[in-house]
Ligand binder design. Structure first.
Ligand code: HAM
Length: 422
C-alpha cells in the first residue's frame, strides 16, 4: 500500500526542530507576561460568519483561502485563518469588557489558509499573537510595537525592519476611498477581474493585489497619509513621537494597507531584510481595529494587535547548538539489573535530572552507544558486583574518566557534574 502523506502545505514538526520552537514560544510567553498579558486559547474551528464579518467579504482570505465545511448539515464552520476574530468573539462572548477596563491577551497556535504553498507560505502555519482591548492609544500602539521589537531582539533576530502607517478612521476613509475610485477608474479595463469588482465594493483591496500589472498601476495611487483627518493625524503623530521616545527604530511606509478589512488607524509590519525569506518576507503584521468589537456585538471598544508567523520567524533566527536530549544515561550491565536501573532512573528524574536508559535487554556495549548518542554528560552503570556493594560506576562521557559512587550519593554526584560543566 502507498503510505499516506500529510495534507499539501501542512507540515510535521519533528522532534529535532522542536527546541527552536520551544525557545520562541517560551520567550514569547515570558516576555508578554512582563508586559502584562495573559494567554487565551480559543477553538480552531469557528462559525464561518465570524471570519466573513470581521476579515471582510471582499478579501483574499474570505474569498479564496478558507477551509469551510458544513458540519453534518447543520452549520457552516471554518478552520480559523487567523486569531484576531476568534479572540474578539471570546472577549465579547464572555463580557470581559464588563470586568476589565483594559484587556491584554496573547495566543499561539495553528492557523489555516488555502494559499498556494511556497517557501514561507503554508496551508497550516503557526502564529504568536497579541491583542489589547480598551485602550485607544497612541501610547499603547507604541508599546505593542516596542514589545514586538524586544521579542525579536531577545531571539537574536537582527535583519528586520519595522514599518508603520495609518489607515485613518471613519473621518478619513470615505475621502480616501473616493480618491482611489477616481484614480483607478480610468484604468478599470487594465485591472484583473477581481480588482474590477473590488473597485466597486472595496477599492482599498486593489492596493494589495498581487497581480503584477495591478501592482504597477497601484504604485501611482494616492497615498492615505495625504488624506488623514485631524484626529487621525494627531494619533499617528502621537504614535511616532512615542516610538521615538522608546527608541524603537521604524520607518513610515504609506504603502502598507494589509489584507484584512477590520483595520483602522495604526498599521505596522515587520519585514525580513536578509533575503532568507524570499517573496514571503513579512514576519509580522498588525494594527488597530477600533470598530470590530462593536461590529461583533460588543460595546464600542478600541483595540490593537499583531500576529507573528512562527515559521517565517524561524527562518530569520540564527541557529544555535542543540541541547542534549538527556543529562544522564543509565546502563544496566546484565538483565537482572534492569529493575535496579529503572529505580535509579526514577530517583534521578524525581530529583529533576533529565535521564533515560535502554532497558530492552541489549548488551552493555549497545547501551553505551545509546548513551553516547543521547548527548548525556554522564553514564551511570549498574553492575552486579557494584550493586552488591551498594555503588554504581559514574562515567564521564566526554572526559571518559570513571568513578565509583555510593548509590545514595548518585543524585548529588550527577548534579555536581552538571554544574561543573554548565
Ligand atoms: P496577517 O498579516 O494575515 O495578519 O498574518 C500575520 C503573519 O502570519 C504574517 O506576517 C505571516 O508571518 C504569517 N502568515 C500569514 N499567512 C501565512 C501562510 N500562509 N504561511 C505562513 N505564514 C503565514 C493577521 O493574521 C492578523 N490577525 C494580525 C493582527 C492581530 N492584526 C491585529 N491583531
Amino acid at each position: 500500500m502507498q503510505p499516506l502523506r500529510a495534507v499539501k502545505g501542512m507540515n510535521d514538526l519533528l522532534p529535532e526542530e522542536m527546541p527552536r520552537w520551544h525557545r520562541v514560544e517560551e520567550t514569547f510567553l515570558r516576555l508578554s507576561r512582563r508586559y502584562g498579558y495573559a494567554e487565551v486559547r480559543t477553538p480552531i474551528v469557528e462559525p464561518t460568519q465570524l471570519f466573513v464579518r470581521s476579515i471582510g467579504e471582499v478579501t483574499d482570505i474570505v474569498e479564496k483561502e478558507m477551509y469551510t465545511f458544513v458540519d453534518k448539515g447543520e452549520q457552516s464552520l471554518t478552520l480559523r485563518p487567523e486569531g484576531t476574530a476568534s479572540t474578539v468573539r471570546a472577549y465579547v462572548q464572555h463580557t470581559v469588557y464588563a470586568r476589565e477596563a483594559v484587556t491584554k491577551w496573547i495566543y499561539l497556535g495553528p492557523m489555516y489558509r488555502r494559499e498556494r504553498p511556497a517557501k514561507g507560505r503554508y496551508r497550516q502555519f503557526y502564529q504568536l499573537g497579541a491583542e489589547i482591548y480598551g485602550d485607544p492609544g497612541p501610547f499603547v500602539d507604541a508599546e505593542i510595537i516596542e514589545m514586538l521589537v524586544a521579542f525579536l531582539r531577545e531571539l537574536g533576530v537582527k535583519d528586520v525592519e519595522v514599518l508603520v502607517n495609518s489607515l485613518g478612521g471613519p473621518e478619513t476613509r470615505p475621502r480616501y476611498r473616493a480618491a482611489l475610485v477616481d484614480y483607478f477608474d480610468p484604468h478599470r479595463g487594465e485591472l484583473c477581474a477581481d480588482c474590477q469588482r473590488r473597485l466597486d465594493v472595496n477599492p482599498l483591496r486593489v492596493l494589495d493585489c498581487k497581480v503584477e500589472r495591478d501592482a504597477k498601476i497601484a504604485a501611482g495611487a494616492p497615498e492615505i497619509l495625504d488624506f488623514l483627518g485631524d484626529e487621525d493625524r494627531t494619533h499617528f503623530e502621537g504614535l511616532q513621537a512615542a516610538l521615538d521616545a522608546l527608541e524603537v527604530p521604524y520607518a513610515v511606509d504609506p504603502r502598507i494597507v494589509r489584507g484584512l478589512d477590520y483595520y483602522t488607524r495604526t498599521l505596522f509590519e515587520v519585514k525580513g531584510r536578509g533575503g532568507q525569506l524570499g517573496a514571503q518576507d513579512t514576519i509580522c503584521g498588525g494594527g488597530r481595529y477600533d470598530l470590530l468589537v462593536e461590529e461583533l456585538g460588543g460595546p464600542a471598544t478600541p483595540a490593537i494587535g499583531f500576529a507573528i508567523g512562527v515559521e517565517r520567524l524561524l527562518m530569520v533566527m540564527e541557529d544555535e547548538a542543540r541541547p542534549a536530549a538527556v543529562d544522564a544515561f543509565v546502563v544496566a550491565a546484565g538483565e537482572p539489573l534492569r529493575t535496579e536501573a529503572a529505580v535509579l532512573l526514577r530517583d534521578l528524574r524525581a530529583a529533576g535530572i533529565t535521564a533515560d536508559a535502554d532497558l530492552r535487554g541489549t548488551s552493555v556495549k549497545s547501551q553505551m552507544r545509546r548513551a553516547d548518542r543521547s548527548g548525556a554528560r554522564v553514564a551511570l552503570i549498574v553492575g552486579e558486583a557494584e550493586h552488591a556493594r551498594g555503588v554504581v560506576q559514574a562515567r564521564d562521557l566526554a572526559g571518559k574518566e570513571q568513578h565509583e559512587v555510593a548509590r545514595g550519593e548518585v543524585v548529588a554526584h550527577v548534579r555536581r557534574r552538571l554544574e561543573r560543566q554548565a
